[in-house]
Each structure stands twice: as C-alpha cells, then as structure tokens.
Design a protein around this ligand. Structure first.
Ligand code: URA
Ligand code: SF4
Length: 223
C-alpha cells in the first residue's frame, strides 16, 4: 500500500479529489447516459462556478458535429449549448447555408461556463489547456457515439483542441482536413467573433464568410 494510503485520516477540511472525467464514462455509452454522467463531473474547478454541466445536444447519428468553446451565460442558465446570442447567430447562418439544426449535433470543448464577475455581469473567460484537457473525455465520447462524418470546429479554442496548437483559423478556415481514422474536419470562426465585429459593414462581411464556409460544408454533406 502506498504511504499516502497508510497515513491516518487527519481532522479538518478534506482534500478534494478531482475525479478525471474518464472514470465517469459508462462502459457502453449512449448520449443520454453520457449526459447524465457528465452532470456529476468535477474533473476540473469549473464545476464550482458554473451552474450546471452543459452537455452537447442534437441528432444521435448526426452527420455533422459542431464543437464550440464553452457554454456562455445563457447556456449556463438553460443547460443547453448555443441558445444565447451566439446560438441565434449560428441558427441564422445554418439557415442561410441550408443546414437543418435539428439534423446536426452541437457541443463544446469545455462543458462548464468559465467567467469572472464584472459588476453585475458574468464576463466570459477563455478556458485554459488544463480545463480543455480535463473535459476532453466527454468530447471524445460524444464523437465515438455520434460518429459524425464531419467535425466542425467553431473558433480557435475548438480548432486548437482538435487540430493542434499550430492550427490558425484565420489561415485555414473552411478547408477540409483529412486525418486517418478521424472524421473529416473543418474549422471556421466562432459565431461570437461575428457578434464582436466593430461595425455593421464588417459584421455583414464576416457573416457572409461564415455562411460561405457552412455552404461548403453543406455541399460536402450532399456527396
Ligand atoms: N459559445 C460557445 O462556444 N458555446 C456555446 O454553447 C455558447 C456560446
Ligand atoms: Fe468536468 Fe468539463 Fe465541467 Fe471541468 S468543465 S468539471 S471537466 S464537465
């Protein structure tokens, strides 16, 4: 037995054991089973400040899976991915590209909302590599169960999580990337980046480019 196991239990506040997400994954995972298991995840500190785990949602055998960064303020409250302002913009772009949202699966690289207070608002914070890594087993399990033909990364966080740290969305957006044993992959911008455009004109241009990426995706899905 390890020395730590032998040591007497000392009084006071017990150390938190952060269970890695992997141990929570059911042996024969289904989407409902994964969602139920992820609700109890404490594999990183974000469970302490997020209201709930926001698991992916959508068609069980969707041919395309979208991966965002992490839930935002609205998603944290409602418990569903992409239901706030970024989700509305995504819906609009999917419609424009002729993709039915009910036929796709939508999830995030990190499943708890990371934020810091700013006055009465909760300001979004980028998840770090440790948090993305801690949450990765959930994403891998979703991919294994849904088996999408195409995996679309929305923004740099998802792209770097799935395509590597050197991946540059600005350079490689809209390109299909084939890797052995993996679904076809593509990265594009995050819908929130379009919401942050400084003026209407640049917002329109960025929206057009986003819809163009999604149209290429729609064409590829028709093959
Ligand atoms: N941004 C994301 O990356 N995901 C969401 O679910 C909402 C906003
Ligand atoms: Fe678990 Fe992911 Fe939430 Fe961290 S962010 S507690 S890994 S579900």
């Amino acid at each position: 037995m390890s020395p730590a196991r032998n040591s007497p239990k000392l009084p006071g506040i017990a150390a938190t054991e952060l269970a890695p997400a992997q141990v929570l994954i059911p042996e024969q995972p289904t989407l409902p089973g994964l969602k139920a298991a992820a609700a109890g995840c404490q594999a990183c500190d974000l469970y302490k400040t997020g209201t709930q785990t926001v698991f992916g949602e959508g068609a069980g055998h969707a041919r395309v899976m979208f991966v965002g960064e992490q839930p935002g303020d609205r998603e944290d409250i409602e418990g569903k991915p992409f239901v706030g302002p970024a989700g509305r913009l995504l819906d609009e772009a999917l419609r424009a590209a002729g993709i039915d949202r009910t036929q796709v699966y939508i999830t995030n690289a990190v499943k708890h909302f990371k934020w810091k207070p700013q006055g009465k608002r909760r300001l979004h914070q980028k998840p770090n590599a440790a948090e993305i890594g801690a949450c990765r087993p959930w994403l891998d399990a979703e991919i294994a169960v849904v088996k999408p033909h195409i995996l679309v990364c929305l923004g740099a966080t998802a792209a770097q999580a799935l395509l590597g740290r050197d991946f540059r969305v600005s350079v490689q957006r809209g390109q299909f990337i084939e890797r052995p044993g993996l679904p076809l992959m593509m990265a594009t911008v995050h819908p929130s980046s379009i919401l942050r455009a400084p003026d209407d004109e640049s917002r329109d241009l960025e929206m057009q480019a986003f819809v163009a990426d999604l149209r290429r995706l729609a064409q590829r899905l028709e093959r």
